[in-house]
Design a protein around this ligand. Structure first.
Ligand code: TXA
Ligand code: MG
Length: 350
């Protein structure tokens, strides 16, 4: 398929492709997704093949509304329901118990399913057209090769997959980093991947505490110690093993060039040491740094977390396109608004 035809692809044509078991890349408010019919294991297999992603890493199923979630979930805990009411459509994924026999390839063989209702108007239109064609959910990971930086424009997607996958162009993504993921299968809400929603916002919506993966494991250990539960005890909801989330691998979202995180003072000292010799280094910092060499790319990071999230992956891709040897990034503030950005930077640096 030529680029011209792809640029002209209508949402309806895109929905027809999905209904026919083909792949389609589409915009969401977070990042672009690589979509296929969630109900078709054969269609979903094409996603894993195109991404080079191991088949046991589960995919998120995108639905048009909370009612459609019931096609895939067999139970929705109250706190998950409150999250969906508060943040759907929007940048939030809930992991809930999966209806058996539904979307098993998408779930990577796990008995849970990740569900998200995206807010981007093109995604919403696509999901509505898909539903008319009998497709109740679209499985979609970020539309990048496994381990690489997520795409936030249609051009990024084309750079990953070329002509192999048609792309619906919905402009640059507003949010810019992937959705917040909350595991709702373990009795209490557990944060698997931070996004732009803060723990305070999430807790206010749920009316209860949000646990980190570590806190939850620690509670499990204490509970088991207290009850002196033998390892062979039947699995209860609270004793499910932590699910596999590829976005939670230590090294992920990596640009080609090695990325280092440093505070502003260390960055300036490093630049001073390089003097006029520095070459092919990109610096992304909030502080107004000075470089003697004209071969150093200085890029200002916005002062606020939302704007930084929106541009982060595009900036990393630009640095790669400029063939820099190293990427130096200023560490971000400690407050919760920066959790999502800090998480992506730490993984990119790992
Ligand atoms: O913003 C987003 O979430 C984007 C857009 C396209 O919606 N999607 C996205 O998908 O980031 P992906 O596949 O790149 O990351 C999804 C994450 C993975 O870490 C995956 O392991 C986890 O969600 N996940 C999906 N289903 C799961 C499940 N049943 N249990 C545990 N983790 C799950
Ligand atoms: Mg991804």
């Amino acid at each position: 398929m030529s680029l011209e035809i792809m640029a002209d692809l209508s949402v309806l044509d895109g929905a027809k492709r999905i209904a026919a078991g083909e792949l389609l890349a589409f915009p969401t408010e977070t990042v672009y997704g690589l979509g296929a019919n969630a109900a078709s294991d054969a269609a979903v297999a094409k996603i894993f093949a195109a991404k080079g992603r191991p088949a046991d890493h589960p995919l998120i199923v995108h639905v048009s509304d909370a009612a459609s979630a019931l096609h895939f979930a067999c139970a929705i805990p109250d706190f998950a329901q409150r999250l969906m009411t508060a943040f759907w459509p929007g940048p939030l994924t809930v992991i809930v118990p999966r209806k058996s026999g539904v979307a098993s390839a998408s779930a990577g063989g796990q008995d849970s399913i990740g569900l998200r209702c995206p807010a981007h108007p093109v995604a919403r239109e696509l999901l509505a057209e898909c539903a008319k064609l009998g497709v109740m959910g679209v499985s979609a990971p970020s539309a990048n090769k496994f381990g690489k930086v997520s795409p936030t424009t249609a051009a990024h997607v084309r750079a990953e997959f070329g002509d192999a996958v048609p792309v619906l162009d919905g402009g640059a993504c507003d949010v810019g980093i992937e959705s917040t993921i909350i595991d709702c299968t373990r009795g209490a809400p557990v944060l698997l991947r931070p996004g732009v929603l803060t723990p305070a916002q999430l807790e206010a919506a749920m009316g209860q505490a949000l646990l980190s993966n570590n806190e939850h494991s620690a509670q499990d250990t204490r509970r088991q110690d207290a009850e002196n539960t033998p390892k062979t005890t039947q699995k209860s909801d609270l004793q499910q093993p932590a699910p596999r989330a590829s976005g939670t691998l230590a090294s992920h979202y990596a640009p080609r060039a090695p990325l280092r995180l440093m505070d502003a003072k260390t960055l300036q000292t490093a630049l001073d040491l390089l003097g006029s010799e520095g070459k092919n280094i990109a610096v992304y910092a909030r502080a107004p740094l000075q470089a003697k060499s004209t071969h150093i790319i200085l890029r200002r990071m916005p002062q606020d977390a939302m704007s930084t999230a929106q541009q982060l992956f595009a900036v990393l891709r630009e640095f790669d396109a400029q063939n820099v040897r190293l990427i130096w990034v200023e560490t971000v503030p400690e407050d919760a608004a920066w959790d999502g950005v800090r998480d992506r930077l730490q993984r990119a640096a790992a």
